[in-house]
Design a binder for this molecule. Structure first.
Ligand SMILES: C[S@@+](CC[C@H](N)C(=O)[O-])C[C@H]1O[C@@H](n2cnc3c(N)ncnc32)[C@H](O)[C@@H]1O
Length: 242
């Protein structure tokens, strides 16, 4: 189902599909029309369209197993085309990577909260971070993240759950989750940031930056950097060193 515009959808179906007899009474005011399309192997077409692309200063994302890294000076980050969010093309993911790359010194312990495809955890491992932990509430995302780790020859602790299930302290906590979820979980996320460490949060719709900043402020996190593409915010805070 493809939402082409608000209140306008295109639905692809098998050739023998028929509208249910009660369509008009179930969806009053919705007009439906259909046409036959030539058969297209969408999966094959999508795979063929995948190409390497650079992310941040140091990474080359290779979105399928056959692609060779065209930039040897960049670290190859291989993804397995899958269902989880986190291809690296979205501003929120790419800006989390850039915010991470600008940390000096490189963080040793990294937590990826809401890991999706595991792209941020993989980037941290490939950059040489010593201890990486990642989790997601969606078991399918955790499965894809495990595949991403395998494809990159890395391993780290991965579990299904939410921020309340995480333990330990981290020099860098990623949380590319929606603003409401960040606010709801800010206490648990902030509790994982080591003294002197950072929280890099994204998935924050532009107009919701204020509420996330307020929530982080209540946890005594100090605002350090804000990045935006005018649709999303990626914000970095630091916990005061002891
Ligand atoms: C926007 S994706 C980010 C994926 C990846 N980290 C990235 O930066 O591209 C957000 C992920 O957070 C997960 N998520 C949402 N709420 C969560 C929660 N309360 N605890 C853990 N994961 C959560 C979703 O299942 C989804 O995989």
């Amino acid at each position: 189902v493809w939402e082409q515009a608000p209140e306008r959808w295109r639905v692809y179906a098998e050739p023998d599909f028929a509208l249910p007899a009660d369509f008009a009474s179930r969806f009053p005011g919705v007009a439906a029309s259909w046409e036959e399309e030539p058969h297209v192997d969408w999966a094959a077409k999508y795979q063929a369209s995948l190409a390497a692309f650079p992310v941040g200063r140091r990474f080359a994302v290779l979105p399928s197993p056959e692609i060779v890294n065209p930039w040897p000076e960049r670290l190859a980050l291989r993804l397995v085309p899958g269902a989880a969010f986190g291809t690296g093309e979205h501003f929120t993911t790419a800006s989390c990577i850039r915010a991470f790359e600008s940390l000096d010194p490189r963080p040793e312990r990294v937590l990826d909260a809401g890991c999706g495809s595991g792209i941020l955890a993989a980037a941290a491992c490939l950059a040489g971070c010593g201890e990486v932990v990642a989790f997601d509430i969606d078991p399918e995302a955790v499965r894809v993240a495990a595949e991403t780790a395998g494809a990159n020859g890395i391993s780290y602790r991965l579990f299904t759950g939410g921020p309340e299930a995480a333990t330990g302290l981290f020099d860098c906590v990623f949380a590319n989750i929606l603003a409401e979820t960040l606010v709801e979980n800010m206490t648990a996320l902030a509790a994982r940031v080591a003294p002197g460490g950072v929280l890099i949060a994204s998935g924050i719709a532009f107009e919701k930056g204020g509420m996330v900043r307020e929530a982080a402020g209540r946890q005594s996190l100090l605002l350090e950097e804000m990045r935006t593409d005018a649709t999303w915010w990626t914000i970095r805070w630091r916990r005061k060193a002891l």
